[in-house]
Design a protein around this ligand. Structure first.
Ligand code: PCA
Length: 221
């Protein structure tokens, strides 16, 4: 259990979303996590923060947020246009391979996220329990086997690497959720309210599940 402080009497859940990228004017991940900022879920307080859709700068900002908030649970959220369901990502790989430039015009091809880092990390979220909770709540959800090779996978890998290698994060659970477009961005889509409800359910399930039917967390070399 984290020690409560005067400023934050409850342990923290950190939710991140991204700024718009690739010509879009909004990003559903930010719309959804922003709506949960300050809310209480299963005895925890949500802190929502935005990451830039930029290689490296996104990881630096996430590392800063981890040190500042010392969260018990971290879920990074990103947009995955073309997907029809909330995707609970199982695995982050040590590859940057951008099909389009990021928001700082960088387009790395086949570079590692972390030089000499392990090939991949499994999520430490209880994804099967979260999936079940989402389906019971009537929200379209799936476990996904790839977060791609753009900034979302980069942040997911960076998150798992920080949690695995930095002191003080041994008990912090973390992972990544991709969300579909919003109405107006393209098909298929999910409404913001549905995404917010889904994230609430997913966070609550993660906080109240101590074991999971999963393939195991940690580094894969
Ligand atoms: N989606 C992108 C990066 C930012 C976002 O919201 C991705 O899937 O990599």
């Amino acid at each position: 259990m984290r020690t409560p402080t005067a400023a934050s009497p409850l342990p923290t859940v950190l939710l991140t979303g991204f700024d718009p990228f690739g010509g879009d004017s909004l990003n559903p991940s930010w719309q959804a996590v922003q709506a949960l900022h300050g809310k209480r879920i299963a005895g925890h307080r949500v802190v929502a923060a935005q990451l830039p859709t930029v290689f490296d700068a996104s990881r630096r900002e996430l590392a800063r947020l981890l040190r500042a908030h010392r969260p018990a649970l971290v879920i990074c959220v990103g947009q995955a246009g073309g997907r029809a369901a909330m995707s609970l990502e199982r695995i982050a790989i040590n590859v940057n391979d951008a099909r389009i430039p990021d928001n700082a015009a960088a387009q790395p091809v086949d570079t590692p996220v972390v030089a000499d880092g392990p090939a991949a990390y499994f999520t430490s979220l209880p994804v099967k329990a979260m999936l079940q909770a989402l389906q019971r709540a009537g929200i379209a959800a799936e476990v996904s086997q790839t977060a791609g090779t753009f900034v979302c996978n980069h942040v997911f890998y960076g998150l798992m690497h920080e949690l695995a290698t930095r002191r003080g994060f041994r008990r912090t659970r973390g992972g990544f959720v991709h969300v579909p477009w919003l109405p107006g961005q393209g098909q298929p889509h999910m409404a913001t309210e549905e995404l917010v409800r889904g994230l609430r359910v997913a966070v609550a399930a993660a906080l109240t599940t101590t074991t999971d039917i999963r393939s195991g967390a940690g580094a894969i070399s």
